[in-house]
Design a protein around this ligand. Structure first.
Ligand code: F3S
Length: 405
């Protein structure tokens, strides 16, 4: 890579050991991907995870004196106080790691949003902006739905980018790498947010490659939640950092525009039968449930409103957890949804992830209901079995204490 004299000075340690370490990592990544140079970023989002490796890395940079040039927003952690009051006394190991993680990121200069949908609020890029976003639903959203430019950063590489204020110029930052090579013909009616969960899980089951797909045959523009679900599942079941929907997403006004000069490597057809089979394989049979969990990724206000509409004046039979950002929780309070959900016995909890062990320990080896395949997948290792259904059906199940169909 060709570095400017400033970048070379950073690499040589002129500005301190912390930024030097971040730059060393980024130059190694750049060399690996044959980047020609470093380019500045305007935003970053770090998928903080409050787990051992994450805390180790953040503390190491901090000890070397690193500080973020571009203050990144960060993924959810855990609202320990809320869980202590409403679920269980979070074990010390959980409390300690969450406290250490939050403290390290605060001192590094991060903006502690604790939200995994920064692209909806608080850190929203514009078309063409060069940024460094980690988090599985975030990378496809910013690239595909907004047309901003981010590689599929890890939490570590995104933190390094926040510290140096730049990224190596490769991959999805370059025009030629943003064109589709796989055409996915959707011969099925994809009509609601839940259908995007299933389509997002189904595509990587049919094609495992890293190339960018363009989806055709989708007639209706997805809602923000539909896009969010789609990207989260594409990038969990598979490794899709960017996709196009012909005639809908901004870099695909037509199928031809989405493909550009590329040769199509493969054409995939997804039928109603494929979606039905994915749904049957993924979603599990009806049964009694012990709890309900939503918000992986964090729910937006429309989703919270739809939950309130279903549960108003009724009682949940099982613990019901709705995870969202602190801003959306506040908006839910102002709009009356928080009261409705709390009167039904449900919880809206901000700043919190479904995947921070051992914070959700009371549910290990039990059965839950969720609308998110990603939530189910991450919790398999803790012996939690999730039945997956559309959001409103999940709310009915939480009220009944069982999934009926
Ligand atoms: Fe968000 Fe945690 Fe799920 S970061 S997407 S709630 S695994």
């Amino acid at each position: 890579m060709k570095l400017t004299s400033y970048e070379q000075d950073v690499l040589n340690g002129k500005y301190g050991e912390g930024i030097k370490m971040a730059m060393q990592i980024q130059v190694a990544i750049g060399d690996t991907f044959e980047a020609d140079k470093m380019v500045p970023i305007t935003r970053a989002h770090v998928a903080l995870s409050a787990q051992d490796a994450d805390v180790w890395f953040a503390e190491k940079l901090l000890a070397k004196g690193a500080i973020c040039k571009i203050s990144p927003t960060v993924n959810p952690s855990i609202d320990i106080k809320y869980l202590n009051e409403h679920l269980h006394e979070v074990p010390d190991v959980g409390k300690n790691i969450v406290a250490a993680c939050n403290e390290a990121y605060r001192k590094l200069g991060a903006t502690l949003t604790f939200d995994c949908t920064p692209y909806l609020q608080q850190n929203v890029p514009a078309y063409g902006e060069v940024i460094a976003f980690s988090e599985s639903s975030a990378t496809p959203y910013v690239n595909s739905v907004i047309g901003a430019r981010s590689n599929r950063e890890s939490s570590q590489s995104a933190l390094c980018a926040a510290i140096t204020g730049m990224v190596p110029n490769y991959g999805l930052l370059l025009d030629e790498n943003r064109k589709a090579e796989i055409v996915v013909e959707v011969q099925a009616d994809v009509k609601d947010d839940f259908d995007y969960q299933i389509l997002g899980w189904c595509y990587p089951e049919k094609y495992k490659g890293l190339e960018i797909p363009v989806f055709t045959g989708i007639k209706q523009r997805p809602t923000p939640a539909g896009y969010m679900n789609f990207g989260a599942q594409l990038n969990t079941s598979g490794c899709v950092s960017m996709y196009h929907i012909a005639g809908i997403t901004p870099e695909a006004p037509t199928l031809e525009a989405a493909i550009g000069n590329n040769k199509i490597k493969e054409k995939i057809i997804i039928t109603e039968k494929d979606l039905k089979e994915t749904r049957e394989r993924l979603c599990n049979e009806p049964s009694k449930i012990n709890f309900a969990m939503f918000g992986c990724p964090h729910l937006n206000i429309d989703q919270v409103a739809s939950i309130a509409n279903v549960c108003e004046g009724r009682k949940f039979a099982v613990d019901t957890w709705i995870l969202t950002s602190s801003l959306t929780k506040e908006l839910a309070a102002r709009s009356g949804y928080l009261n409705i959900i709390q009167r039904s016995g449900g919880h809206i909890v901000a700043d919190t992830c479904i995947d921070v062990p051992p914070c959700w320990k009371p549910y290990y080896h039990t059965v839950g209901v969720t609308d998110s395949p990603k939530c189910a997948y991450y919790n398999e290792i803790r012996g939690i079995k999730f039945i997956i259904r559309p959001l409103e059906q999940c709310i009915e199940a939480a009220i009944a204490g069982e999934v009926l169909e």
